[in-house]
Design a protein around this ligand. Structure first.
Ligand SMILES: [Ca+2]
Ligand SMILES: [Ca+2]
Length: 144
């Protein structure tokens, strides 16, 4: 009888230690807690051309450079316009961060012929062995 009680007393501290280890592992991975994001800026270059910069972060299943693509889409009330000014194939860094700058004509960004245009970037990542997924950027308003 005495032996059984001693064994039970030993089990409790072991479980507590295991729980503490689990908590420690969770807090030791801040990279998983960072939200995925995408940011789009559009600046005039002259001659009817615009400089687009798309930057952001993906949470990757493995820390390896991973391919991704950018689509610029015109935002509309009922149906968003078909993509204009795509860029691909592109590659993130090993941590899932990306930054890309390229040019697009105002004619392509002019998604509403009768007024203000609202463009956003849809950025899609293609991790090997895992599902592809997309992040939507802010919408940039302008008259092109
Ligand atoms: Ca629109
Ligand atoms: Ca327009």
């Amino acid at each position: 009888m005495n032996n059984v009680i001693q064994k039970r007393r030993l089990v409790a501290p072991v479980l507590a230690a295991a729980a503490a280890t689990t908590v420690g592992l969770t807090t030791a991975q801040p990279a998983q807690a960072v939200a995925e994001w995408a940011h789009l800026t559009i600046r005039p270059q002259g001659g009817g051309n615009y400089s687009l910069t798309v930057s952001g972060h993906f949470n990757l299943p493995q820390a390896v450079p991973t391919s991704y693509s950018i689509k610029i889409i015109g935002e509309d009330t009922w149906f968003d316009d078909t993509p204009v000014c795509d860029a691909w194939p592109l590659t993130t860094d090993a941590n899932g961060n990306y930054w890309y700058q390229y040019s697009c004509t105002g004619a392509l960004l002019n998604e509403d012929w009768d007024g203000q245009d609202e463009n956003y970037a849809k950025v899609t990542v293609f991790p090997s062995g895992a599902r592809s997924h997309s992040v939507r950027s802010n919408t940039v308003n302008g008259y092109y």
